[in-house]
Design a binder for this molecule. Structure first.
Ligand SMILES: C[S@@+](CC[C@H](N)C(=O)[O-])C[C@H]1O[C@@H](n2cnc3c(N)ncnc32)[C@H](O)[C@@H]1O
Length: 459
């Protein structure tokens, strides 16, 4: 008999779901238990129940799994991040690789390719070069930190987040202390639609470059009189190289808003990836793990095998961080990216590195490719098209146009194996065979996994 709502049961966890929860079974009925790892014997209470599966709350670990390890982080019980930190790192890598392989097979029907073993980190902590902290108030005290597990409103004061460097944690502390000293209040968007939001402080985004830059972007509901004093105090306390204030006047709970207003420092930070010096604008995308980004780019360039006699494309190129190293080995690289600011940075980065054989166009990949296909009619096809889309993957039309460029190779960099699998199946129908797959652990202690996949044009 399948369990009912509220039932408490004991079960063994067999595997992990793509979202990170443990999966156990009662006959054919599937139970998802957040916080449980494969091999655990747990007691759990059935919550949200559907026809064939249910989510259950972990009540007790009756017998811990051999791959369970003590949580190293002091905030582990409260904070919503790092849901896999109780899983031994070798087991994390094994499950991530398995999830990539299973997604490709079950969603895309893709098999018979060469699998390159997942690349992991030697020290899988303190790797993030970007942290987004949120402000809140708890019993009248200002709090700056990360979301409490399962809550959008409550914030845990993460004094030592182990995914962030001690310098980024120091910046969080410096900003929290300075805001408290100035008596600034957290923004409260108010519960009712007709109530007026109150307070000022919304988010703090901290980004760090390996050569020493530390940029702080403070998201607020409106410009405020104490900005200069706050920036000066924070600069002294944590040696920030840039401090900006960004107004987000909307109710949406996101670190987004108007143009950043610089209080000091340049509007970017420096990073060096794959042998190229990059200036990264405050709001542009960059992989959040610089060490593994180097590994990812090495694999992507190796799979791409650019040809010095032929063109290459880099779709979703961001600030040109992959286009530029590729340009050193190709005849010419064409980068396409929707964010204007990122395209301006890509052009600037090309100049910084004296790379003249790359051009960058701002716009939606789907639309720009339509024009490109007309412009290139009669030209020889590129040797390679590299794509690195957001989590949702590529829309069918954009993918069909990328395939219509008729490159010998299409290298797909993906942060979501489920959409890679769907797009991979579409590519097969468009004449591309999946030849090689390399998972990369860009996000240790979480269930996320990055993958580089090589598709080869048939016929
Ligand atoms: C995963 S990031 C990859 C960026 C870059 N390749 C890198 O390694 O840093 C995806 C990029 O796609 C861009 N993007 C999102 N939707 C797009 C679209 N429809 N057309 C063009 N670019 C898009 C985003 O702005 C972002 O820079």
């Amino acid at each position: 008999m399948p369990p009912r709502n509220g039932d408490t049961l004991e079960l063994t966890i067999d595997t992990l779901a793509y979202g990170g929860q443990g999966i156990g079974r009662v006959d054919d009925f599937v139970v998802f238990v957040r916080g449980a790892v494969p091999g655990d014997r747990v007691r759990a209470q059935i919550g949200r129940r559907k026809q064939r599966h249910a989510e259950a709350r972990l009540l007790e670990i009756v017998e811990p799994s051999p791959v369970r390890v003590p949580a190293p982080c002091g905030h582990a019980g409260d904070c919503g991040g790092c849901e896999w930190q109780t899983l031994a790192y070798a087991a994390q890598l094994e499950f991530k690789q398995r999830q990539v392989v299973e997604s490709l097979e079950h969603i895309g029907g893709l098999r018979d390719y060469e699998l390159v073993s997942i690349a992991g980190m030697e020290h899988p902590w303190r790797y993030r070069n970007k942290m987004e902290f949120s402000f809140a108030e708890s019993d009248g005290r200002l709090v700056l930190g990360l979301h409490r597990r399962g809550s959008w409103r409550k914030i845990v004061e993460t004094t030592d987040c182990r995914l962030a460097s001690t310098r980024i944690n120091g910046a969080r502390q410096a900003v929290a202390d300075a805001c408290r000293a100035l008596g600034l209040r957290a923004y409260d968007r108010a519960a009712g639609r007709h109530e007026t939001p109150s307070g000022l402080l919304r988010h703090l985004v901290v980004r760090e470059g390996r050569a020493g830059d530390l940029v702080l972007n403070l998201f607020v509901s409106a410009r405020f009189a104490e900005e200069g004093e706050l920036a000066a105090g924070v600069a002294d306390a944590c040696a920030a190289t840039t401090f900006a204030v960004t107004v987000n006047a909307s109710r949406a709970d996101a670190a987004a808003g108007d143009e950043p207003h610089l209080l000091f420092g340049p509007p970017f930070f420096g990073e060096r990836l794959a042998g190229v010096d990059l200036a990264v604008p405050l709001t542009a995308f960059l992989q959040t793990n610089a060490e593994m980004c180097d590994a990812l780019y090495r694999l992507a360039l190796d799979f791409a095998a650019p040809d010095p006699q032929r063109d290459a494309f880099d779709l979703y190129c961001g600030i040109g961080s992959l286009s530029l190293p590729m340009a050193r080995e190709a005849a010419h690289v064409h980068g396409i990216e929707i964010q204007e600011e990122a395209i301006a940075a890509a052009r600037d980065n090309a100049r910084r590195n004296a790379i003249a054989n790359a051009d960058f166009r701002a716009g939606d990949v789907r639309r720009v490719l339509k024009e490109t296909l007309v412009d290139r009619e009669g030209s020889p096809p590129p040797a390679v098209v590299l794509v690195d889309p957001p989590r949702a993957g590529m829309a069918r039309k954009a993918l069909a146009r990328a395939a219509a460029l008729a490159a010998d190779r299409l290298v797909y960099v993906s942060c979501n194996p489920t959409t890679l699998a769907g797009n991979g199946a579409e590519l097969r129908d468009l004449g591309y065979r999946l030849a090689r797959v390399a998972p990369v652990d860009m996000f240790p202690q979480t269930h996320h996994v990055e993958t580089v996949a090589l598709f080869v044009r048939e016929g």
